[in-house]
Design a protein around this ligand. Structure first.
Ligand SMILES: [Zn+2]
Length: 281
């Protein structure tokens, strides 16, 4: 504006401002019209499910699966996200119309049996820290957000009780398997891997009264034997730490996720939710 004034004089600037002011109503108009139109499509997409096949999917063509670990303060460890930053992330999702979906819904979408809201997202937590219960759960409850917690069963009872896990489940957090002892599975003898995977499922099923179908590889480590064992044991989805979105046609046992660390501010979060080729920090 200052440059413009120097070149054309203040009379021209006044004309330019008047012209801008005249444009304002038309600038605001589309968003006013679009906002109510966008909402029903979101809700409809969620409730219509597989029935709404005649319409082209409103969805962007991939689901970002957010991967959180611990929430707290730990200098130099990006896996530990501060409570303030985590709260910012959840507020961003809420304020921008993102819809956290369950892994059952993700499973159906990946197999082409369900359409999703345009801004579907999956929220996951690894390892079962106390802060998932103490800090994350109340914030998720505030927004009525669904999320999934992957627990290494032998470790988790040192941090959380089964009653607390049951409380989390009742609050909308699915509890899934992160193996028994959190060992790197890739390269382990297949029978050892099978036992790590089986034992975790038996205990989760019994304690939580469920049929555990979702698995997360400890440290992202797996090999061909791991995939075979998961298939044999009836697991439907398994999660890696490879970056990217989840899309129909992906191997459901090798799903990519998006790192959510303390370095991920709301600008980076937005980038990760809107660009599959988001820059890695
Ligand atoms: Zn882990």
């Amino acid at each position: 504006m200052i440059k413009l004034a120097k070149r054309f004089g203040f009379a021209a600037l006044v004309v330019a401002i008047a012209a801008l002011a005249a444009m304002l109503p038309s600038v605001f108009k589309p968003s006013v019209v679009q906002a109510p139109a966008g909402r029903p499509a979101l809700d409809g997409g969620e409730t219509a499910g597989a029935g709404a096949t005649a319409v082209a999917p409103a969805h962007q063509g991939g689901v970002p699966i957010l991967m959180y670990h611990s929430i707290g303060w730990e200098k130099g460890n990006d896996a530990v996200i501060s409570p303030e930053r985590f709260a910012e992330h959840m507020a961003f999702l809420h304020d921008n119309g993102y819809v956290p979906i369950s892994l059952g819904e993700l499973d159906q979408y990946l197999r082409g049996a369900r359409q999703l809201p345009a801004k579907a997202v999956v929220i996951t937590f690894d390892d079962g820290y106390r802060d998932t219960y103490e800090i994350a759960m109340p914030i998720l409850k505030r927004y009525n957000f669904r999320a999934t917690l992957f627990v290494p069963v032998a470790e988790v009872t040192k941090r959380l009780t089964w009653d607390e896990l049951r409380e989390m489940k009742a609050a909308g957090m699915a509890i899934a398997s992160h193996s028994y002892r959190h060992r790197d599975l890739g390269g382990l003898p297949p029978e050892v891997q099978a036992e790590e995977i089986r034992r975790a499922k038996v205990i989760l099923d019994k304690e939580l009264g469920q049929d555990t179908k979702y698995f997360c590889y400890p440290n992202g480590s797996y090999d061909a034997a791991t995939l075979k064992i998961l298939r044999e044991q009836g697991y439907r989805l398994a999660f890696t730490i490879e970056p990217g979105w989840a899309k129909p046609g992906d191997d459901p046992l090798r799903l990519k996720r998006i790192w959510m660390g303390n370095s991920v501010n709301t600008f980076h979060l937005k980038e990760r939710l809107t660009r599959e080729d988001y820059p890695i920090l």
